[in-house]
Design a binder for this molecule. Structure first.
Ligand SMILES: Nc1ncnc2c1ncn2[C@@H]1O[C@H](COP(=O)(O)OP(=O)(O)OP(=O)(O)O)[C@@H](O)[C@H]1O
Length: 342
């Protein structure tokens, strides 16, 4: 029998002409009696930007830890860059880059010294180090600042340098945990420009977590994870289409009467939101003319919104993204220390 993930991986391989960069099959992780990851399956195509979204405690960090070889699965298996994360741990580690949300740079070294140290750790061939160093520093716009101490860098510059460092050893898969958390909107935009450029310039797969819905829009595909299970995996467009309803908000001359009329004439359940009568319909565009013609209550304004990723998230997890603001810094800090100290 062909499993769901095999079928998905087969489609991915056929569409990209290459083996999947990440393959996860029946993955389970238990901490004592707690099942943090409950049998998940997914595949990430080579060259994809794949986003992992989920509320706090959903199992995102646990899954990333397993993929980065920092935790052992209780059941199931995972391959990264073609290597088994349990049986071929060193090969996996050589082929991945990690960027975590907390700074991991040595602030009292220059940008270049930080990168050279990393090159040694990862045994980048000596004759390649100079050219590679220049390439990644230019990519993140820090070549001119290579001799400055990291302590003089802004938060955004440090994050860019972290990304440059994560790329130095030319990993096949780059894991980014909340790459823009804590940064101002302008810096977040510029980090995303680097991520998208990275995908075009380097032959790399990017696996990231984010709780910013507008960032999830940049991903080729998103997996929504909740209570240790994957609730949905698809492109942002397809996920939004799956919600299938537009949100209509109207300002009326009499809101109570309008809500009653929507119920009696159209069998639509409406409520008040932001001081406006609010409801969902399959096609806002088609419904609005009927609304004006048949509601029987004065309408002062109408707005129609297509489903957002927030609506998608809500429909799959029952929570808004605001409830899920990530506070995983402690666990990621521990994870990073273990990885660096190996
Ligand atoms: N080392 C551990 N020992 C015991 N329980 C753990 C351990 N690590 C994680 N958990 C539990 O496993 C579940 C999943 O945690 P995980 O950190 O993977 O979630 P997450 O989606 O990354 O959330 P966050 O964004 O808050 O980090 C949570 O209930 C968490 O408390």
């Amino acid at each position: 029998m062909v499993s769901k993930v095999d079928a998905a991986a087969g489609r991915l391989a056929a569409s990209s002409g290459r083996a999947p960069a990440v393959m996860v099959q029946g993955l389970v992780k238990r901490y004592g009696s707690l099942e943090a990851v409950r049998g998940i399956d997914f595949a990430v195509a080579a060259g994809e930007i794949f986003g992992f979204l989920g509320p706090n405690g959903a199992g995102k960090s646990t899954t990333i830890k397993i993929l980065c070889t920092l935790a052992q699965p209780s059941e199931g298996s995972a391959q990264v860059a073609g290597y088994n994360v349990v049986l071929q741990r060193d090969a996996v580690r050589r082929n991945i880059g990690l960027v975590f949300q907390d700074p991991t740079l040595d602030a009292y070294l220059t940008a270049e010294q930080n990168l050279r140290f990393h090159a040694e750790l990862y045994a980048v061939p000596k004759d390649l180090v100079d050219s590679r160093l220049r390439q990644v520093l230019e990519m993140v716009g820090l070549w001119e600042r290579r001799s400055s101490l990291v302590s003089t860098f802004s938060g955004g510059m440090q994050r860019r340098l972290e990304i440059a460092r994560g790329l130095l050893h030319a990993p096949k898969v780059l894991f980014l945990d909340e790459p823009t958390v804590g940064l101002d909107p302008q810096t977040r935009t510029s980090i995303w420009e680097y991520i998208i450029e990275l995908k075009q310039r380097e032959d790399i797969t990017i696996f990231l977590t984010t709780h910013y819905m507008e960032e999830a829009e940049h991903c080729d595909r998103i997996a929504i994870i909740d209570h240790g299970q994957i609730q949905a995996v698809d492109t942002p467009e397809a996920l939004k289409a799956s919600v299938g309803k537009d949100r209509v908000q109207i300002a009326t001359a009499d809101d109570v009467q309008a809500i009653e009329a929507l119920s009696s004439r159209f069998e639509i359940e409406a409520g008040m939101h932001d001081g406006l009568v609010t409801f969902s319909v399959a096609s806002g565009e088609a419904f609005v003319p009927r609304l004006f013609a048949e509601l029987g209550v004065g309408i002062r304004s109408v707005s129609v919104a297509r489903p957002s990723l927030d609506d998608v998230f809500m429909s799959y997890t029952g929570r808004t993204i605001r409830d899920t603001e990530a506070t995983s810094s402690d666990s990621m800090r521990a994870l990073r220390q273990r990885f660096r100290g190996r």
